[in-house]
Design a binder for this molecule. Structure first.
Ligand SMILES: N[C@@H](CCC[C@H](N)C(=O)O)C(=O)O
Length: 260
């Protein structure tokens, strides 16, 4: 069996994409997906995404972490999937698609900048030293002062596996404010079990958490991640966040064949 795969990256969060409109990809083969994402024995990626047909939207997104397990929403993956759908001529410059967390709207411009509407956030849990919220995926957000030398992998792993989050775990974001509406974040991703160069739902979580904490008055937040720059905007009313958009580049890297 042979499949064409397409490699994409969004601010350095990288994905193997497969057009599965024919429903022929072995989607329950966790070991295969893990191997395809392996950076030494496979193609190498933070996750694998299937584009499938959907009855009421332009397409369906099926997302797997690099450990081979299907997971919750991936913001950068969603942005890359919009660019992939454009390459396949499934869409032109706007899209609606269904993902595990519901309906998404997106636009893509001629420079491959994708603006993706994320789910509304109606609950932000503020604790003594951190914030927890779900932006499609669960996110722990913590301010730190020494982000440039911070051991994201070890400290993130400790929090991800701590009693705070039980079996399900959480993604973990460490943040430093660099200006009134600018933040720098580094993310430990559940399911990759390492720091990634960017996390879209994480950037969204940080922007919302910083507004919720009163660290910024802006509703358009610039986020520096290890792989580039993202922008998150929203409308906030009494701690409820609607019209949440994640914006940034989504780039095709290369394509190839998988032979099984
Ligand atoms: N990289 C993603 C997040 C992917 C999901 C996450 N690893 C989880 O399992 O919660 C993003 O860009 O949002």
């Amino acid at each position: 069996m042979q499949f064409t795969f397409y490699k994409y990256q969004g601010t350095g969060n990288d994905f193997v994409m497969v057009d599965n409109r024919s429903l022929t990809f072995p989607k329950n083969d966790t070991k295969l997906i893990e191997k395809l994402c392996d950076r030494r024995f496979g193609i190498g990626a933070d996750g694998l995404i299937l584009l499938e047909n959907d009855e009421s939207t332009d397409f369906k997104m099926v997302y797997y972490n690099s450990d081979g397990n299907e997971s919750s929403m991936c913001g950068n993956g969603g942005r890359c999937l919009v660019a992939f759908a454009k390459k396949l001529n499934v869409i032109s410059d706007s899209a609606t698609f269904i993902a595990v967390d519901g309906l998404h709207h997106a636009t893509i411009d001629e420079n491959d900048i994708v603006s993706l509407q994320m789910k509304d956030v109606d609950e932000v849990q503020q604790h003594e030293n951190h914030i927890f919220l779900n932006t499609g995926s669960p996110h722990h957000v913590e301010l730190v002062e020494d982000l440039h030398i911070f051991d994201v992998r070890n400290e993130g792993s400790k929090i991800r596996y701590s009693n705070l989050y039980g079996q399900a775990g959480s993604n973990v974001n460490f943040v430093t404010q660099t200006d009134e509406n600018k933040f720098w974040l580094r993310t430990y991703e559940r399911g990759v079990e390492d720091e990634t160069l960017s996390c879209g739902t994480g950037a969204t979580a940080v922007a919302i958490a910083m507004k919720y904490m009163g660290k910024t008055n802006s509703s358009v937040i610039q986020l520096r991640v290890e792989g580039g720059e993202l922008e998150v905007s929203f409308v906030e009313k009494n701690g409820f966040f609607t019209q949440v958009f994640l914006k940034g580049p989504a780039k095709f890297v290369y394509e190839g064949q998988i032979t099984l």
